[in-house]
Design a protein. Structure first.
Length: 394
């Protein structure tokens, strides 16, 4: 029996779900709000873990193509003290394929393959339990019905309210992201500082992380504990110890759209850190403000026939390298079980069983990543180093 299935969202969760259904010759409608695949920058690099993201890619029949694209050397991790001293310099063995990196854009294109995504189809609301199934309303006023609607529409999911009243809350940590292009040619010193993978510097309640993507592109994340409105009054919210002259021109409030004002405020916030580390901010192009939000740890809901959630829509957690992995594995697992379901009751049972499994696994990771964020952006920077050592030795 062919169920009418729609997935809302064409991120890692939704595309993996659709791709595995496609592999099982089961039709699926992918509804994506973006007007085109390249409508916005795809984002940074993702590490695909052996038992999670790579397992999902295997279920989609894409592991060999992933291996050809991914960067095992990108697993390298260097940790510096704020004065520039190298504290850890970890490099993977040549045959280490535990967590290779891949650019988000490359992963998206790999998953897209033959899928026929409906672009520019923003969903506004989902109403389960109508006579003809689950009703989906679109931003353009149209509506359609399905037997199963899967919400893979990320942090601010429009599907989630059909099953849960939970909403994301701010963690107290903000990231400001910037990028360097063509780093090997334009900034060879920074290229050497970063190495083949990631480089991180941890200070009191703040950190700077730089990650190499393919093609000499580097993403830099300045993270710090601050109220959501930190940019409205830097003295009050960040307690900046500003020095006359150094911060001349730095207003009390910063317009987040003003690249130079954001750069100045970050340089003041990280004042005293080693010059090569601050060069990552000095040479950064645009700055993107990303306050980190999470859903409650162990978010569950009373099962609603015909609607479920995957990925960030179900369990938004701090970005500690696992969200996309979980999202993809969930997408693959749900697709396999709904493809095997032969009637409406079996379909519902398979979704119910999937949810139980997802909640248990995601709950464990949500606890781990929340505790991890506390230690990575901490009043005691040695906590970050200790966490790195624990993960390496486990
Ligand atoms: C800085 C940073 C670094 C990270 N690094 C890693 C990492 O290394 N490894 C890792 O595993 N995870 C990482 N993560 C987490 C990871 O990005 C997310 O967990 C992952 O993208 C979740 O995938 P998703 O498909 O559930 O949601 P999303 O990636 O958010 O995709 C949701 C999709 O739904 C679409 N959409 C939204 N609303 C609607 C709507 N109303 N109608 C239709 N479509 C809609 C969006 O346009 C989007 O395409 C990182 C996150 C951040 C912020």
């Amino acid at each position: 029996m062919r169920h009418r299935i729609a997935v809302v969202g064409g991120g890692p969760a939704g595309l993996t779900f659709a791709r595995v259904l496609h592999r099982h010759d089961h039709p699926v409608t992918v509804l994506e709000r973006d007007p085109a695949p390249d409508a916005r920058p795809p984002g940074g690099t993702l590490d695909m873990h052996e038992g999670l993201g790579q397992s999902a890619l295997s279920k989609a029949g894409l592991l060999a193509e992933f291996e050809a694209l991914s960067r095992p050397e990108g697993q390298a991790m260097r940790i510096l003290d704020t004065d520039g001293t190298v504290l850890r310099d970890w490099r993977p063995r040549p045959d280490d394929r535990a967590n290779p990196e891949i650019d988000r854009g490359q992963l998206r294109d790999l998953l897209l393959g033959p899928l026929d995504v409906q672009w520019g189809r923003g969903v506004t609301e989902v109403e389960p339990g109508t006579r003809d199934g689950v009703l989906v309303r679109f931003a353009d006023g149209r509506q359609e019905t399905y037997d199963l609607v899967v919400g893979a529409d990320g942090a601010w999911s429009r599907v989630r309210p059909a099953v849960s009243s939970a909403t994301p809350h701010y963690t107290g940590v903000t990231a400001v992201e910037t990028s360097l292009e063509d780093v090997d040619t334009r900034h060879p010193d920074l290229a050497r500082l970063i190495g083949d993978g990631s480089m991180a510097v941890y200070g009191v309640n703040r950190s700077i992380v730089a990650q190499r993507n393919s093609g000499g592109h580097v993403k830099v994340y300045a993270q710090f504990r601050a109220p959501l409105d930190w940019h409205t009054d830097l003295d009050r919210h960040l307690g900046l110890n500003r020095r006359a002259g150094l911060d001349a021109g730095l207003d009390a409030g910063v317009d987040l759209a003003d690249v130079e004002a954001v750069r100045s405020s970050l340089l003041a916030l990280f004042d005293g850190w080693a010059a090569p580390v601050l060069d990552l901010l000095r040479h950064g192009t645009a700055f993107v403000h990303r306050p980190l939000y999470v859903l409650p740890v162990s978010h569950t809901w009373a099962h609603v026939p015909g609607v479920t959630l995957l990925g960030d829509a179900a369990h938004l957690m701090p970005p500690l390298g696992v969200g996309a992995n979980l999202a993809m594995l969930e997408g693959a697992e749900l697709a396999e079980s709904v493809a095997a379901a032969t009637g409406p009751d079996e379909l519902d049972e398979s979704v119910r069983a999937f949810e139980e499994q997802m909640w248990a696994r995601a709950g464990r990771w949500a606890k781990f990543t929340m505790a991890g964020l506390e230690r990575l952006v901490s009043p005691d920077p040695t906590e970050a180093l200790a966490l790195f050592d624990e993960v390496q030795s486990s």
